[in-house]
Design a protein around this ligand. Sequence first.
Ligand code: M6R
Length: 608
Amino acid sequence: MCGIVGIAGTRDVAPVILEALKRLEYRGYDSAGIATLEAGKIDRRRAPGKLNKLGAVLQDRPLHGHTGIGHTRWATHGKPNETNAHPHATAQVAIVHNGIIENFRELRDELAAKGHVFESETDSEVAAHLVTDYMAQGLAPDAAAKKAVARLTGAYSIAMIFTGHDGLLVGARKGAPLAVGYGDTEAYLGSDAFALAPFTNRVSYLEDGDVVVIRGPEAAIFDAAGRPANREIKVTAAAVALVDKAGHSHFMAKEIHEQPEVVGHTLAHYLDPAGPTVRHLGVGLRETLAKASRLTICACGTSYYAGQVGKYWFEKLGRLAVEIDVASELRYRNPVYPKDGAALFISQSGETADTLAALREAREQGQTIIAIVNVPESSIAREADIVLPTYAGPEIGVASTKAFTCQLAALASFAIAAGVARGELSDIDEQRLCTSLLEAPRHIAAMLRGEGQARALGEEIAKARDVLYMGRGASFPLAMEGALKLKEISYIHAEGYAAGEMKHGPIALIDEAVPIIVIAPHDVHFEKTISNMQEVMARGGKVLLISDSDGIAKAGDVWASLEVPKTNAFVTPILYAIPVQLLAYYAAIAKGTDVDQPRNLAKSVTVE
Ligand code: M6R
């Protein structure tokens, strides 16, 4: 989603802002722009498309000035063209905005009636005009900014600069992240600490309703009620070096190949290999699990599918009732939360707007809030009672891969802990499950060494117009994850179904042109899944079976198969994620799509 950088500096800031925006590219965007104050006057450059286009514009017509703001825009209101690109400006103020201003129509009508003329189709431009209007009424820039943001509904993070006010930068946050960076002679605003890492590692995170007024290197923060607020300055671990592809052609490939290591790191955090047992997972967690009458799991996209796998684990190992929903539904359907309930929110970025809003709703309903997140300084991590981190490292590819398997590693450990805390698992059970889990990184590495077969099959899949995935038990969410992965990066239509559901409708789609990817570990569900597979094959379906050597031998003749190492049934979702990712990746490569930044998608979805 949109990325924001602001600098109140001591040098020409446009080139520096451009570099910082590159660090936000991973969030996904379709146009970009920068505005600076040159001799006290606002000047701006904007361009549709990627940052190299903006770079070319700046080379042609450089921007000077020590105070500036920059933006990568992920279009919500209006096409990704130059007019709709940020910064939006009037003669007095330039603003960049991430989020959605829900009451922009009313505000625009009100301002248009007063003579304001709008040039873009965006919701964001209204913020620039509102500030301008208050300044015209005699308010100082910071006071006008505070008054204006108080009237905005929806979600936003905003940065602003003002004509004639060199060194002044105002930021505001409600529902979308914004960090303040502190340098020796400069101060910064950024969507995340990663954007600010080349400038400073001293960062504070604004809270909802906060406004920050930066003058030179000084920053004063005010809360929603306008009172001066102290926000802790944290020393962040965000890496200065731009994460590179380490010799891979895409971040996605690199991230797929990092999985043995990062799943290993995540497991090392949760499991004590000496037992092996699950380590202490966080203050109060075991007590919460022991007494929880129900666990509500909530997330979006791939993180939601991780949660779906978790549901199978919690119910089986902990006999813990689980309710699960996608965040955009859960937050609006007025769910019934139990007394003594716990709610688990799963998010790679920790900033997904719907997940964060659902978390707040669950807190209001008295739930203990647990979060599995990959970004430790994210909003979701900061607002949870108990944080279960994943150690995937920065995930840059829009398609989530290593974050997913690390989420599964954390969930599996957490589910074992639930089983122990609730008296459902003995010490021996715990050791057995932990032993199997600890073998996962080795198995993943073995599969990645033999990825050639997945490449060839991915190239075949690329020829299809539609692809179906099916699985039973914990393989059902993997089927949905496989379909999501394929559609988001290869743009091939794909759906994931519970294997037993095929005959209730989807089987009508089967013909020789539709590959069916059957995820069938050799477990208690195997025979039933294979029966469903036979039903599909009897109708001409072209089956690609993913199973272990026993499963493949038993299943008989299929169009193609991919072998996964034999393991305890409990661990299979972590291993079976790998061929599913590889198939999608190589299908996308064969189709020549933009694998790391697929069309229309954003990495961090900070709008509803
Ligand atoms: O950062 P989050 O885990 O909260 O993000 C949730 C989804 O937006 C994300 O998983 C999305 O579905 C990915 N593009 C999937 O590959």
